[in-house]
Design a protein around this ligand. Structure first.
Ligand SMILES: Cc1cc2nc3c(=O)[nH]c(=O)nc-3n(C[C@H](O)[C@H](O)[C@H](O)COP(=O)(O)OP(=O)(O)OC[C@H]3O[C@@H](n4cnc5c(N)ncnc54)[C@H](O)[C@@H]3O)c2cc1C
Length: 266
């Protein structure tokens, strides 16, 4: 474990407290839309980057570790539960915080425990049974005095075909249906609960594929991905999000809610 880096972020938290500065813990930023003016405060880039195999199927992983690397490693080790992770370009901390998921799997399914750091600098470990997760929701999104996820422990199950499952998932699903390689923050909206259609299908049905505001565009390949095709500003993206929400509400009576996180300037 990179204790020094862990210590650095702890130091920053206390520094921010002392100087009354806002701070934001950043993984890879793969689910974030920052304001065009930046962020009036301190961005703490998480680099707690380690993997420890505790038992043959149990890993304790630093929250800054790449989630796609973890998914690949586990699949290669003949373990199932994180195959979907190979397509998610964030960190382990971001995946736990967002309860990232895909293809019927989600992060919380294989979590054993999560170690966090509190505002007063204390560390706390929660067992999975103490934490309530749901679709793209974790208790850390609303936990009082919470600062950051430091590490997560995952308990997986053996499956000889896990590597094949992981490859199939990447090749058949993600690479053919999502605009990989384009600049996006993944799915913009959560799947609605009022219809069996996905958010992407709803946007497509409303005839909004390809709609643009400035350099921001609804992907032709997957309508829930909004891509930066030129020099999109954050304001372009926000306008596009609002237009799509409004049109989908008017045409189909469906209320879409954002999955991406807008990070305001102040
Ligand atoms: C091409 C593409 C495909 C994607 N596909 C999927 C998908 O299939 N499924 C899915 O669920 N998501 C998907 N995403 C969205 C995104 O990758 C996930 O939400 C990911 O888990 C975010 O991780 P991150 O490290 O980038 O978090 P960030 O975007 O950096 O942060 C997201 C939030 O988590 C918080 N956070 C991050 N790390 C910590 C920490 N250590 N402690 C406390 N808070 C923390 C941040 O403060 C922020 O509020 C995709 C994104 C892209 C660009």
């Amino acid at each position: 474990m990179h204790e020094s880096k862990d210590f650095v972020s702890l130091y920053h938290d206390r520094y921010c407290q002392k100087h009354n500065l806002r701070f934001f813990i950043l993984g890879r930023g793969s689910n974030c839309l920052f304001d065009d003016r930046g962020f009036d405060g301190c961005i703490i880039l998480n680099q707690i980057d380690f993997v420890e195999k505790i038992f043959p199927a149990t890993y304790r992983v630093g929250s800054g570790y790449a989630f796609n690397q973890l998914g690949l490693q586990c699949s290669k080790d003949g373990l199932t539960g994180l195959e979907f992770g190979t397509g998610i370009p964030g960190t382990v901390g971001g995946a736990v915080y967002m309860n990232a998921g895909a293809g019927g799997q989600e992060t919380a399914d294989v979590l054993k425990s999560v170690e966090i750091i509190m505002v007063d600098g204390r560390r706390k470990t929660f067992r999975r049974s103490e934490l309530i997760f749901s679709y793209r929701k974790s208790p850390f999104q609303h936990m009082q005095n919470f600062v950051a996820i430091v590490s997560a422990t995952f308990e997986l199950a053996s499956l000889s075909s896990s590597r094949e499952r992981q490859k199939l998932y990447l090749e058949s699903r993600r690479n053919k249906t999502q605009p990989i390689g384009e600049r996006s923050a993944g799915c913009v909206f959560r799947n609605p609960t009022t219809t069996s259609l996905s958010a992407g299908a709803v946007i497509e049905q409303a005839g909004l594929k390809g709609v643009m505001v400035g350099g921001a565009k609804v992907s032709e390949m997957h309508a829930n991905f909004f891509i930066n095709v030129g020099n999109s500003t954050s304001a372009d993206m926000c306008s596009l999000i609002n237009i799509v929400k409004e049109q989908v509400r008017q045409k189909l009576g469906v209320d879409l809610q954002e999955e991406i996180l807008y990070v305001p300037y102040n």
